[in-house]
Structures are given as C-alpha cells and as structure tokens.
Design a protein around this ligand. Structure first.
Ligand SMILES: NC(=O)c1ccc[n+]([C@@H]2O[C@H](COP(=O)([O-])OP(=O)(O)OC[C@H]3O[C@@H](n4cnc5c(N)ncnc54)[C@H](OP(=O)(O)O)[C@@H]3O)[C@@H](O)[C@H]2O)c1
Length: 281
C-alpha cells in the first residue's frame, strides 16, 4: 500500500464492508486510468458515523462511498446534496470539494442504465418488491422511464404507503400493496418489469415470487448479486423472461461514483469482466 504524500485517498464506509467489491473496482480503475490514488475500506458502526466523517475530513479524502447502514444517516453530515439523494433521502457517494462534502445517489443510475443496457428504455407498468432505500432508488429511476403504474409491494404496508408520499411528484402512478401472493399475481400480470429490491435470495435459495407468476414477456431485475443467479432469476429464465442480475447495478453505480470523482467514464463491460472473474474465482 503506497501512502505517498501526493496520493489521493478514497474509501467506503459501512458495516459490514469486509466483502465489499468497491475496493476491487475503484483500485482497478485508478490503476487503469493512471491516477495516483488508493481506495480503502473502513468498518464504521452506527454510533461512529459522525466521528468517522470528521476523520475523513481530517485525512482530506477526495471522496467516499457510503453503504449500509449509513446511506440515510450520512445526509446530516453533508454540506449539499444532488437532486437524487435529496429526493431518495439517501446518499451512497460523497465528493469532498475543498472541504465541503457533497452527497450523490448513484444507485438510481445503476437501476436505470442496467435496464437501458438490456434494451429497456421505456416502461409501461412495473412492480418493485421492497420499500427501503434501494426501492426508492428504483422508483426514482422508473419515474423517468414510465408514465404507467408502479406497484410497490412490501412486507410492511405502511412503508409502501410512506414511499408513495415521498414521491408524490412522479409522472407515473404509484400503487402501494401489501406483500401477498394474490397482490403479486395481479401486479406482475399487469407489468412488463419486476424488480426485487429486498434482500430475499441473498445467500439463500428463496424467492418471494411463485414461479408460475412469471412469463416470457417480462423483464426481471434482482438487486441481489450473491448468488449471481438467484432463485428469482432462475425461475424467470425458465419462464423465458429477460433477466438482469444485481451485478449490473453494482458496477454501474460504482462507475458513476468514479465519474463524479474523476470525470472519467469507465467501460462497463470491462468492469463486468473484472468483477465476475473475482466473484467466481
Ligand atoms: N446491486 C446493487 O448495487 C444494490 C444496491 C443497493 C441495494 N442492493 C440490495 O438491495 C436490497 C435492499 O437494500 P435496501 O438498502 O433497500 O435495504 P432496506 O432499506 O433495509 O430495505 C429492505 C426492504 O426489503 C424488505 N424486506 C426485508 N426482508 C424481507 C423479507 N424477508 N421478506 C420480504 N421483504 C423483506 C423490507 O421490508 P419492510 O419494510 O417490511 O422492512 C424493506 O422494504 C439489499 O439486498 C441490498 O444488498 C443492491
């Protein structure tokens, strides 16, 4: 590790961060584009966030990523927010501009470009499962791509209603629903896109969606990327649907953060090869 005086510092803060793929991606990109910079990871507990931000300021880090559980809590420590992080009420990227910490949300870019990358530029009706930060990022993205109905299906109905109120200016109509088989069947039957924005399927062979609800004419995106092919995506593939795994979103949100910091737009397919080789090997 080169801690040279002129080396620029970046990092990710969160808990857990041990298995984060961000250091791999960012350090690869710094090397690839010949930048004298290094990206660290720092485990930060919930009650340590304020102190951690002070430390990062003191170290004059140029930028940092924020992951669970700090994406919402970080907002109060920032000098300014981009439109997306203001509306989504969560930031995952911070840029240090002469001591002013500016917050950005690049998760929504990860959703939008993942869909575009797979040929989906306009959407009629869509279903988002979940009503947390990742669902809010998906809703922000779909708000720019759909004028139809966006169903928010969630285990806690009140949280689905809450997200609808936060996004009341959207052109699309938001319909909050309680997570149930009946609601899933009806909403999926009416939609051309289904997004899983819950952790269900992460490290487990489970899916919220009965396989018989899936059909060939739908796009299915899972934000979970461990395993890369979740049960939901496997069932969708068997039904003939177009599937989009969570690694696309991860890579694209990271590429967007890199661009915010450096002005350089990385090659997404190059990053995909890098990360796939590392998670498989
Ligand atoms: N691929 C990527 O780049 C990327 C980026 C961001 C997030 N993600 C992933 O997206 C997922 C959600 O992240 P988040 O930040 O939105 O988390 P979050 O804010 O904690 O929200 C989690 C959501 O999932 C629901 N949920 C949790 N466990 C559930 C279960 N067993 N059954 C049904 N619903 C359940 C919660 O429902 P309640 O409201 O009832 O609690 C909530 O709506 C995580 O797996 C995360 O790793 C991936």
């Amino acid at each position: 590790m080169n801690l040279g005086r002129h080396q620029e510092r970046y990092c990710i803060i969160g808990n857990p961060v041990e298995h984060s793929l961000s250091p791999l991606i960012m350090n690869y990109l710094f090397h690839r584009y010949g930048l004298n910079a290094y990206y660290y990871k720092a485990r930060v507990l919930e009650n340590e966030l304020g102190e951690a931000v002070q430390t990062l300021r003191g170290l004059r880090v140029k930028g940092f990523n924020v992951t669970m559980p700090h994406k919402k809590a970080i907002l109060r420590y920032l000098s300014d927010l981009d439109d997306a992080s203001y509306i989504i009420k969560a930031a995952n990227t911070v840029k240090n501009v002469d001591g002013r910490l500016i917050g950005f949300n690049t998760d929504w870019v990860g959703v939008k470009r993942s869909l575009e990358f797979h040929g989906l530029n306009k959407i009629e009706n869509a279903v988002i499962m979940g009503a947390g930060g990742a669902a809010a990022a998906a809703l922000y993205a779909l708000g720019q791509m759909s004028r139809g109905i966006i169903y928010i299906i969630n285990r806690t109905y009140e949280n689905a209603v809450g997200i609808k109120h936060e996004f009341r200016d959207l052109r699309a109509e938001i319909k909050p629903l309680l997570l149930s088989k009946e609601n899933l069947r009806e909403a999926i039957g009416d939609a051309s896109l289904l997004i899983n924005a819950t952790p269900v399927g992460m490290g487990e062979w489970k899916s919220l969606v009965p396989p018989e609800f899936l059909k060939g004419e739908i796009y299915v995106m899972d934000m979970v990327y461990r395993p890369l092919k979740t049960k939901l995506l496997m069932d969708a593939e068997k039904a003939g649907a177009t599937t989009i795994d969570g690694l696309w979103m991860l890579i694209i949100q990271a590429a967007e953060a890199f661009k915010i910091w450096t002005g350089i737009e990385p090659d997404i397919l190059d990053l995909r090869r890098l990360v796939e080789a590392n998670i498989n090997g």
